[in-house]
Design a protein around this ligand. Structure first.
Ligand SMILES: NC(=O)c1ccc[n+]([C@@H]2O[C@H](COP(=O)([O-])OP(=O)(O)OC[C@H]3O[C@@H](n4cnc5c(N)ncnc54)[C@H](OP(=O)(O)O)[C@@H]3O)[C@@H](O)[C@H]2O)c1
Length: 371
């Protein structure tokens, strides 16, 4: 592998208004280990360790996993690598909430009981005695949120966790969590890990405004919409490769493995891909790199979570980290073509507030967003 020039290496950002510094590209590990649903292209332990080693050569220090990824195997693969590293150099984030066992009703959710057990299991798999960022993977309707917030704070106080974060939140849920931490005097949520890309911008409407107002860093997941934004899938041919090909063959559809038929029907997606391709040609960059730069250049983003199944994908994606930028005109063109349609009351509220600003009142609008 070629030596990575210093000017291309990652930059380090604060994670929200915390004092923690993370590389602007975070290595996601959802693709590590055979998973329970048999997705194609998952990386073996050996390949995963090679990907991790190379990510470090690009300057990366931030690695994201979850207890549920490959039923704990993603954490174990990361742990067997981490054991051989200087632990202090890395920022490790993991998550909790999804079911971990079919025959135990307490191995799911955000209860005190499950959180305490789950962090212990994650620490054992990761072969470390603390994680830097412990994230609620999703809201839990069945547990009082005060119980969750208090327990997460206890985990920070007893040293198993350094910071807490959230993921996949609705706007009101995130605001409620922020308010509760203030009322209860607990440690704050410093980040929100949310799906965010040129074809998934709905979180700009609410959740990201909560982040902006409260100094939380956004950690976009699926920034390439499972590979769609690399341009490798063409509208006129049913995909046979990659995660989207796998979902098409199995007739499946979910946020992280979108259904081909629903992608096909959405003209805005294909118009966005056309603009992406034009801009990538202009810069001599890959479409993946331009799609990642669009997210990286949003002011609310602290670090973008990439996923890779191959070393070539890692190299391509890390090429978005530094050394070049999209112009304001490029950003505006991408913002315009991918602008989400605003339902009521967003459209009404936005249109009638256009031009109304007061320098003494902070604007929470995401930079360059179309509203
Ligand atoms: N909080 C959550 O609920 C949540 C949900 C999902 C993911 N995440 C996190 O976010 C991370 C990234 O998510 P993601 O994997 O969905 O991200 P993504 O960047 O949208 O998709 C990654 C996939 O796209 C394909 N790909 C990536 N780079 C490519 C390139 N340069 N050229 C061609 N194909 C390329 C690969 O799949 P193929 O080779 O199979 O085509 C790869 O596995 C995950 O690892 C995880 O840590 C979090």
């Amino acid at each position: 592998m070629a030596v990575v020039p210093d000017e291309s290496k990652v930059v380090y950002n604060f994670l929200g208004k915390s004092g923690l510094k993370v590389s602007n590209i975070c290595l996601g590990t959802m693709t590590f280990g055979e998973n329970q649903i048999g997705m194609w292209g998952q990386a073996s332990e050996d390949m995963a360790h090679q990907i991790l080693d190379r990510y470090v050569e690009w300057g990366g220090n931030f690695i994201d996993t979850a207890d549920a990824y490959s039923s704990g195997k993603s954490e174990s693969i990361l742990g067997s690598w981490l054991k051989k590293q200087d632990r202090e150099k890395f920022v490790i984030g993991t998550k909790v909430r999804f079911p971990m066992s079919a025959d135990n009703p307490n191995s799911v959710g955000l209860s005190r009981r499950h959180l305490v057990k789950s962090i212990q299991n994650s620490l054992e798999r990761l072969q470390t005695d603390y994680v830097d960022l412990y994230q609620m993977h999703l809201w839990d309707n069945a547990t009082p949120v005060e119980e969750t917030v208090r327990t997460l704070d206890d985990l920070v106080r007893c040293g198993k966790v350094r910071y807490i974060g959230a993921s996949n939140m609705l706007g009101w849920q995130m605001q409620h969590l922020v308010d509760l931490t203030k009322m209860m005097g607990t440690n704050p949520f410093i980040s929100l890990q949310q799906q965010y890309s040129l074809v998934s911008r709905d979180s700009e409407l609410e959740a990201f405004q909560v982040c902006k107002a409260n100094g939380m860093g956004v950690l976009p997941w699926s920034p390439l919409k499972a590979g769609l934004l690399t341009g490798k899938y063409k509208r006129d041919s049913r995909p046979k490769e990659g995660r989207i090909g796998w979902a098409a063959e199995k007739g499946l559809g979910a946020q992280a493995w979108p259904a081909w038929d629903s992608l096909l029907q959405d003209d805005q997606i294909w118009n966005t891909l056309d603009t992406l391709e034009d801009i990538s040609k202009k810069h001599g960059k890959s479409m993946a790199q331009v799609a990642l730069r669009w997210v990286l250049q949003k002011d609310i983003v602290s670090s973008v979570l990439i996923g890779t199944t191959k070393m070539t994908q890692l190299e391509d994606n890390m090429g978005a980290a530094n050394g070049w930028k999209l112009s304001p005109e490029d950003m505006a063109a991408l913002d315009a073509v991918s602008a989400p349609k605003l339902p009521y009351p967003y459209e009404f509220n936005t249109r009638l507030n256009k031009g109304r600003s007061n320098a003494f009142i902070p604007s929470y609008t995401v930079q360059n967003s179309s509203f």
